[in-house]
Design a protein around this ligand. Sequence first.
Ligand code: UD1
Ligand code: CA
Length: 456
Amino acid sequence: MNITTIILAAGKGTRMRSDLPKIMHKIADRSLLQHVYDMSKQLADNKVKIVYGHGGEMVRDSLKHLDANWIEQKQQLGTGHAVQQVTSQIADADTVLILYGDVPLLKLATVQALLQNVSDKSLGLLTVNLTNPKGYGRIVRNSSGQVQKIVEEKDASNDEKLIKEVNTGIMAVQGDKLKSWLSQLKNNNAQGEYYLTDIIEMAVNHQMEIITNQPSSEAEVMGVNNRMQLSHLERVFQQEQAHTLMEQGVTLRDPSRFDLRGSLESLGQDIEIDINVILEGKNKIGNNVIIGANTRIKNSVIGDHVEILDNCVIEYAVIGEGSRIGPFARLRPETVLGNNVHIGNFVEIKKSDVAEKSKINHLSYIGDTTVGNNVNIGAGTITCNYDGVNKSRTVIEDGAFIGSDTQLVAPVTIGKNATIGAGSTITKDSPENQLTLSRAKQVSISGWQRPVKQEK
Ligand code: UD1
Ligand code: CA
C-alpha cells in the first residue's frame, strides 16, 4: 500500500497565548508536529505532506530536517480547504491518511488498523465516545448503525448535539475518491468554512461504507489547544514511557515524578531511579545503575554499577563502570571518567579525562585536564585553565596527590606520584615522586599581644 499522509498544521492556536505556533510547542522536548511526523514515518511507503500556515517560516525553518513536503495554506478556510492545497500531489492509487499536527499521541497501531479499512468501497474514520462531546463534530448514524454524515457542533440540531460519538478528524481514504469529493466542497455552513468532514456524506451518497475505529485511549486523539492540555498530554506521555521502562526492568520510585525527554539508546537491567530525575537527549545506561533524586542526565553514557547520588547535573559525559558521582556534582561536556572514579559534592568537571580509581571528592573545579589513575585531588583544588583569553591544559599523572586548596595554573604538568602541598599555587611543572609546595613559611610570634580597646 502506498500512503500519502497529510498533516494539518496551519491553525493558529490562539488559546496557547504564545508567539510560537502551536504545533511547535513541545511534549518531552519534541514539537507536537514532530511527534505526529515521527509516528507517521514508521509506516512503510509513506510520503508526508505538511500543510502549514501560521508562523510559516518559523515552522519550516525549525523543522526543515523532516523528510516531508511543505504546503502553505495562506488563509485558513477550513480543514477541507487545507487538504485541497495538497490535491495536485495526491496519486489516485494512494491511500491518503489525514492527521492533525496538534494531536501528538496518536499511536501507530491505531493508524494501521484505520488504514486496513480503506478500499474502493470503504473509508476509515477514527471516532471516539466522549462524556462531554461539546465542540466536536458528531457522528450521525442511521437506525442500522451505519455512519451517514458528520455534523459540526455549530451546525448541529439539539438532537444531534446529544450524540456522544465524535469525529477525531483522523481518517483514511483512497486518493482518487478524496480528490473528487474535495472539489465539490462548499462553505455554506455556520462557520463559512470548507469542512473536510462533508466528504463523509458524499461518500455515503456514492455507496461507500464508512468503517469506524476507536483509539485505545482518549489521550491518543486529544488535541492541544491550551497549556493545560499540553501539560496533561506531557504527563500521559511520560507515564507511558515510565511504564515501558518498568517493563524493561527499571525501578522507578515514582513513575509520576520521572521525565524522559529523548531516548535511551541502550538500557541495562536493575536500574534504580529515584524521584525527579530527568533524562534528556540520547543516553546509554548500563546494568545495576543507581540514580539519585533530582538529577538531570543529558546525552551521556553511564557504565555498569555506577552510582549517581542526589542533585547532579551530567551532560555529554561518559562515566566508567563502578564510579560514584555526587551528591551535588556537575559533569560538563567532554568529561570522560574511567572505571571506579569518585566525584564528590560540589565538584565541577569540564572537558577532562579522569582515569580509573582517581578521586575528586570535594569542592573542586577541574577543567581541560588529563588526570591519570589513582590520583587523589584534595578539597578546594582548582585548575586555572583560562587566562582571560586562552584555555590551557593541566596534566596530572598517575598516583599524584594534590593537597587541598591548590591552584594549578595551566599549562602545567604534575608528575607521576608527585605530592603537592596544601594551599599551593602551582605555576611550574612539578616533578615525579617529589613534594612540591609554594606557600609562605609558617611563623609563630611569641609574646605577641592582642590589641586592646582604647579608652576615649
Ligand atoms: C475539526 C473537525 C471536527 C472534529 C475536530 C476534532 C472539521 C470541519 N471539523 O474541528 O469534526 O471533531 O476537528 O478535533 O474538520 N487546520 C488547518 N487549516 C485550516 C483549518 C484547520 O490546517 O484552515 C488544522 C488545524 O491546525 C488543526 C486541524 O486542522 O490541526 C483541526 O482544525 P480545528 O480548527 O481544530 O478543527 P475543529 O473546528 O476543532
Ligand atoms: Ca480542534
